[in-house]
Ligand binder design. Structure first.
Ligand code: NAP
Length: 241
């Protein structure tokens, strides 16, 4: 890489987000590690980033417009440009739809979709001005095929795909690319309580995915190797359909 590029990864303190931060650091990016509350884990990510590159922490709730939008605008002002955005932060609050409390619906949908709005809009504006940049959002297989007990999460992740395709069609002329990935079951805190041995049997590759296997695809989509790829959703799921 000729010049150092700046990347913002939301939810970079743990799991898939941490693996993405580390992968982007290895590719030479300066990595801004966003997280919501777990400073201890975020500091571990930053330490790992600093083994290969440099970066900083940015603690804010992506779903809270009042804090997230000024925080992102501050980062753009500080760095001049953010060339790579990874909308990774996400949450689950599973339960059967007819029993689902309104706050569980709101929390999951707002984290993903309000988060996309709050973070992506100011960054895309800046990317258009600079005429370069790429966005990758972490959707889910649940956003493509739905999932029992995850009406809120599936709706949020399907919305993320539609927002990705729509934004891609609006900014393509400026040379900006907007894509999504849809992981299947990946080994992180989010999935720590799932019966993995049972689920493994439903996966053609007969194993759970690793965060690094998502991170490498995200790095590819952000890179010039994917220079004609936009508005797409790449599945990373060991062959589940
Ligand atoms: P995870 O281990 O639970 O980590 C979630 C991360 O998101 C943490 O860094 C957390 O920060 C951050 N976060 C949550 N809400 C936030 C908010 N409102 N503002 C800022 N940061 C917030 O999750 P994961 O498994 O790595 O999942 C990462 C992404 O991949 C999510 O979007 C998830 O839906 C998606 N995904 C995961 C799987 C899977 O099997 N694991 C499959 C498909 C898609 P704190 O540490 O501060 O809490």
């Amino acid at each position: 890489m000729d010049e150092r590029k700046i990347a913002l990864v939301t939810g970079g303190s743990r799991g898939i987000g941490r693996a993405i931060c580390e992968e982007l650091a290895r590719a030479g990016y300066y990595v801004i590690v966003n997280y919501r509350s777990n400073t201890q884990e975020a500091e571990k990510t930053l330490a790992a980033v600093r083994e290969d590159s440099d970066g900083e922490l940015a603690c804010f709730d992506i779903a809270d417009s009042e804090t997230a939008i000024p925080a992102v605008e501050g980062l753009i002002e500080k760095h001049g440009a953010i060339e790579a955005l990874v909308n990774n932060a996400g949450v689950t609050a599973d339960g059967l739809f007819i029993m689902m409390p309104e706050q569980d619906w709101d929390m999951v949908v707002n984290t993903t979709l309000k988060g996309f709005y709050n973070i992506t809009k100011p960054i895309l504006k800046n990317m258009i001005k600079k005429k370069k940049g790429a966005v990758v959002s972490i959707s889910s297989i649940s956003g493509i095929i739905g999932n029992r007990g995850q009406a809120n999460y599936s709706a949020a992740k399907a919305g993320l795909i539609a927002a990705t395709k729509s934004a891609a069609s609006e900014v393509g002329r400026a040379g900006i690319r907007v894509n999504a990935v849809a992981p299947g079951l990946i080994d992180t805190d989010m999935t720590s309580e799932l019966p993995k041995n049972v689920i493994k049997g439903m996966i053609p590759m007969a194993r759970i995915g690793k965060p690094e296997e998502v991170a490498k695809v995200v790095k590819f989509l952000l890179s010039d190797d994917a220079s004609y790829v936009t508005g797409q959703v790449l599945s990373i799921n060991g062959g589940m359909c």
